[in-house]
Design a protein around this ligand. Structure first.
Ligand code: NAP
Length: 290
């Protein structure tokens, strides 16, 4: 039997509807949850992510302060803008869209965001809190994946999870969240140095692809009955598509769907969950300061 395709959009919508109710309660108290979104340059993918985030915020009754900077913006200028936003009582969250232009050091910029406003969960303080299991903002994509998994009628406790990709924003934090006691999976984290990727993936009850390589996970790498979560979002050329490209995940969907029990599509799987988790963090930031 082919896999059940997980409807990330529908699960995210439920979360966003709940957040909209909580946002309305705050607004009645005179608090308008607000995310400052800083974008330097005009990278087309970043423009589209920022647009999607701002639209979702508005739909949930939250505000966004859209700050567009030219690509030539200096690091010092960006750091002083973040300092201003950190002090602005009307701003509850600060998000700097990555990647930044090459002349700006991303680590410095992330570290400049007030941890109380770090709704992306990338600040070293947030990362440390996550690893120690202390309260703090969780990074949105890994948190979204765990939330999707929890929504499935399958036991996560003791499951064998394999994460392909060890980036600081997806793979590493995801591996960390999966091995927390409240999920209790046994986790293997793979990367380009991994030997026998195929056989490791085939052992996974939960297989999560976050490599940014279209079709890296072939059908034969999926164990029968596994849960497959495809985080990858890759633009592949397609002259027949209106935009000249289409989005493809890291998983070769058609053969994988024949072997998995549950699988996420791209688009419509993890992406909407990432946005829902961002909205949740903004709302929590606003609630915490009320
Ligand atoms: P990244 O920083 O480029 O990291 C990719 C990771 O995958 C690296 O750890 C790399 O290993 C590993 N990798 C690459 N090729 C591999 C291979 N052939 N075998 C094994 N491991 C391999 O990417 P990222 O920022 O984590 O993003 C990953 C993907 O998720 C991208 O497609 C991105 O667009 C997507 N994404 C989606 C969302 C969403 O909301 N849906 C959010 C964020 C990212 P090394 O460390 O050894 O180089």
């Amino acid at each position: 039997m082919p896999a059940i395709v997980i409807d990330g959009k529908a699960i995210a919508k439920k979360i966003r509807d709940d957040l909209a109710i909580r946002a309305a309660i705050l607004r009645k108290k005179g608090v308008f949850p607000c995310l400052a979104v800083v974008l330097a340059g005009e990278d087309p993918a970043s423009l589209s992510y920022v647009g999607a985030k701002e639209k979702a915020l508005a739909e949930a009754g939250m505000e966004s302060r859209d700050i567009r900077l030219p690509r030539s913006t200096g690091e010092g200028e960006l750091l002083s803008l973040i300092d201003q936003l950190n002090r602005d009582p009307a701003v509850h969250g600060v998000l700097v869209q990555l990647p930044l232009p090459q002349h700006i050091e991303e680590d410095k910029v992330i570290a400049a965001i007030d941890p109380a406003r770090d709704v992306d969960g990338f600040h070293p303080f947030s990362v440390g809190s996550m690893v120690l299991g202390r309260p703090g903002f969780l990074p949105c994509t890994p948190h979204g994946v765990v939330t999707l998994l929890r929504d499935l009628p399958i036991p996560l406790d003791g499951a064998r999870a394999v994460v392909v990709g060890r980036s600081n924003i997806v793979g590493k934090p995801l591996a960390n969240l999966l091995c927390r006691r409240d999920v209790n999976a046994t986790v293997t984290l793979c990367h380009t140095g991994t030997r026998n990727l195929e056989s490791i993936c085939r052992e996974a009850d939960i297989l999560i692809a976050a490599a940014g390589k279209p079709g890296l996970i072939t059908g034969s790498m999926v164990k029968k009955g596994a849960v497959v979560i495809d985080v990858g979002v890759n633009r592949v050329e397609d002259p027949s598509a209106k935009k000249g490209y289409r989005l493809r995940g890291d998983v070769d969907f058609d053969p994988a769907v024949e072997r998995a029990a549950y699988i996420t599509p791209v688009p419509g799987g993890v992406g909407p969950m990432t946005i829902a988790m961002l909205l949740q963090n903004v709302l929590i930031a606003a609630e915490q300061r009320t």
